[in-house]
Design a protein around this ligand. Structure first.
Ligand code: PLP
Length: 383
């Protein structure tokens, strides 16, 4: 465990976000909390416990390993849905534990049936269909066979959901493509109905689609980034604001990432700082070393770019981000000393470092930045 930094999760911010999402989608729409990628870096165990206490009962993960962590954390109290990888050797556990899963190819469908039959327990399926993302999903021409199979093996297979995923709903540049996908999904649903086979629920929306294309909300939304208090892109935020009289951000950041100064040193004008020659002191400087590096998830692309907060002031990373350490300029902070708090993401006094700001000085998306934060950093729920 890394004891050189701490991730805090703000329960009241999360409660606020869930409240906003529920109000936006209405009572009839199920909110599935997407917790893949270690709950977007928040720490899956701590995060799902907090979410469950805040009333969330449905969780989506990428693979079975993540499903097992959620299952162990929450025992049998929540619904778990695997959206990605289920290996054949895991099917038994999945079906035995009523974990729901996406099915997007014939072999998974037939293997699920075999295992369900052997266990004498129904497999709970979400049939994912291809609508234009071209990643996973049954093609139109396979649907007849899928429908026939689901009907034939009805005593072993529960047709819980019909679903798809959009190829970039967060950007208006993809408007036409997503719009076509929505139409195609409607057609596929109609095709199932015409063949007398209805799923219990339909779902397609991620955070961006749920705001940009409200018709995609259907029976359930799969919400990742927005529950963490962040917008999928500035465009989605602006679209939301334009639809409202009250122009304030309804979301609150859940995560805070903190560390502390490890050592302080004076550097003369003309000296280079750290490896190589990427930063030369142009005056007498005071440098603080922070025990955070790229092995903790602080990207090397933030060398000479990143900002942190110390004593409520913004301080710039100087030199390169190393594996376990980085150096920041504290020349103008005379009171700064060893062990003082350093905020990498979050608020200190009047200033904040937002997750979105990282994309201003590196090419990191908010999603990428968060999921890179090391799993080994302790997480703590506050408030
Ligand atoms: C990650 C993911 C989501 C959630 O996306 P956000 O943009 O974080 O809301 C929804 N559906 C699928 C299939 C996903 O992989």
């Amino acid at each position: 465990m890394h004891t050189n930094s701490l991730i805090e999760l703000d329960r009241s911010a999360y409660q606020n976000n869930i409240g906003f999402l529920k109000k936006t989608f209405g009572k009839k729409v199920i909110i599935s909390s997407v917790v893949k990628g270690n709950a977007y870096g928040h720490g899956v165990q701590e995060f799902v416990s907090m979410a469950f206490e805040c009333g969330v009962k449905h969780f989506s993960v990428f693979d079975v390993q993540e499903a097992k962590v959620v299952k162990t954390t929450l025992t049998n109290k929540a619904t778990i849905m695997v959206m990605g990888l289920v290996q054949d050797e895991d099917l038994e556990w999945v079906i035995q534990n009523d974990v729901e899963f996406f099915v997007f190819d014939k072999s998974r469908l037939t293997n699920a049936m075999k295992v369900a039959k052997k266990l004498d327990r129904k497999a709970i399926l979400h049939i994912e269909v291809e609508t234009g993302m071209n990643r996973t999903g049954f093609d139109k021409k396979e649907l007849n066979a899928v429908i026939t199979y689901l009907k034939k093996e009805e005593q072993h297979l529960t047709f819980k959901g019909l679903c798809t995923h959009y190829a970039g709903a967060e950007s208006i540049a993809n408007y036409y493509r997503v719009d076509q996908q929505i139409k195609k999904f409607e057609e596929i649903y109609a095709f199932f109905c015409k063949n007398n086979l209805k799923p219990q629920i339909r779902h397609s929306a991620c955070s961006a689609a749920s705001i940009m294309f409200p018709q995609t909300r259907m029976d359930m939304v799969r919400i990742g980034i927005m529950q963490y208090g962040l917008w999928p892109s500035p465009e989605v935020f602006v679209t939301y604001l334009n639809s409202k009289k009250n122009k304030t951000d309804p979301l609150q950041r859940v995560i805070t990432w903190k560390s502390a100064i490890m050592s302080v040193k004076k550097v003369n004008s003309g000296e280079f700082i750290g490896y190589g020659t990427s930063f030369m002191a142009k005056r007498k400087m005071t440098i603080a070393t922070i025990p955070i590096g790229y092995c903790h998830g602080y990207s090397r692309s933030l060398s000479n770019q990143g900002r942190v907060l110390i004593h409520g002031q913004r301080c710039v990373v100087v030199g390169s981000v190393n594996m376990n350490m980085m150096t920041v300029d504290i020349t103008d902070l005379e009171m700064a000393k060893k062990e003082d708090e350093v905020v990498l993401i979050g608020t200190q006094k009047e200033l904040s470092i937002s997750v979105a700001s990282f994309s201003d000085f590196s090419d990191q998306l908010n999603y990428e930045l968060l999921t890179r934060i090391s799993k080994a950093i302790p997480r703590k729920i506050i408030k």
